[in-house]
Design a protein around this ligand. Structure first.
Ligand SMILES: Cc1cc2nc3c(=O)[nH]c(=O)nc-3n(C[C@H](O)[C@H](O)[C@H](O)COP(=O)(O)OP(=O)(O)OC[C@H]3O[C@@H](n4cnc5c(N)ncnc54)[C@H](O)[C@@H]3O)c2cc1C
Length: 223
């Protein structure tokens, strides 16, 4: 899904595009390639209206939205590489978790956690790529439970309760889910494509189990 978001960003940099978005791809603090320069631009500008560090899930969307105003200049800096054909295949995600597409973090040791791991520390990968963690993730669309959002708001993050974030979920979503086509909890005109797994009941049996689990929670926001 984030792959699409990034394409939207690049789309804004084409000759027919709307804004001066420059995307820089860096590796090990050294710029080795750049992309998305508009025709006529030979290098980065001297200054930008916005500089976004990290072309991950959030950074890509932010750059895309900011560049909707054609007078705005946006520089996106990313430490990781561009995607490959294979990173767009969800079932291959585990294979990319110990490659250059990943920041290889380890969790801190905690009581009662990761007991079977070396030094009791689990691997905690984060994406390092254009698309960020979405490049190594499983492309499962999940929103979080209302009570979790409400707890986040209750902890002092005003504006983050479930009822406050729900409109942004529906606005961003372009759902084509067969069984939920009349659901008022899903958006249909956003940028984020949410669709059924085509092989749901045959090739990938666990997805139907997952769907059953989701339905069993019977929360309206999951419908
Ligand atoms: C293995 C795994 C599986 C997941 N599965 C799912 C799933 O199925 N469904 C789902 O909804 N979510 C899933 N997630 C979670 C989801 O991918 C993340 O929540 C989301 O991508 C986070 O977005 P972000 O923009 O906050 O950070 P990221 O997408 O991680 O982006 C951060 C970007 O910033 C870059 N960066 C960091 N520091 C610098 C720097 N100093 N200079 C330049 N660039 C920098 C990084 O390289 C990275 O590209 C998964 C996550 C992981 C790790």
């Amino acid at each position: 899904m984030l792959m699409l978001t990034f394409l939207a960003l690049v789309g804004n940099t084409t000759p027919s595009g709307r804004a001066s978005v420059v995307f820089y791809w860096c590796s090990d603090a050294k710029t080795i390639a750049s992309g998305g320069l508009r025709i006529g631009l030979k290098g980065p500008l001297a200054e930008y209206d916005f500089i976004i560090v990290g072309a991950g899930s959030a950074g890509s969307v932010l750059a895309s939205r900011l560049s909707e105003d054609h007078k705005t200049t946006v520089l996106v800096i990313e430490a990781g590489r561009g995607e490959s054909l294979f990173t767009g295949v969800p079932i291959l995600a585990p294979f990319f978790q110990q490659t250059h597409y990943t920041w290889p973090y380890l969790m801190e040791r905690q009581p009662g956690v990761c007991l079977g791991m070396e030094n009791q520390r689990c691997f905690w990968p984060r994406g390092r790529a254009v698309g960020g963690s979405s490049v190594i993730n499983y492309m499962i669309y999940t929103r979080g439970l209302p009570k979790d959002w409400d707890q986040i708001a209750a902890d002092g993050n005003y504006g983050w309760s479930y009822n406050e974030v729900l409109p942004y979920y529906t606005r961003s979503e372009r759902a084509t889910l067969r069984s939920l086509k009349d659901s008022r909890w899903h958006g249909r005109a956003g940028e984020l494509f949410v669709e059924d797994v085509p092989f749901r009941y045959s090739t990938i049996p666990h997805t139907s189990l997952f769907a059953d689990f989701e339905n069993s929670r019977s929360s309206p926001n999951t419908k």
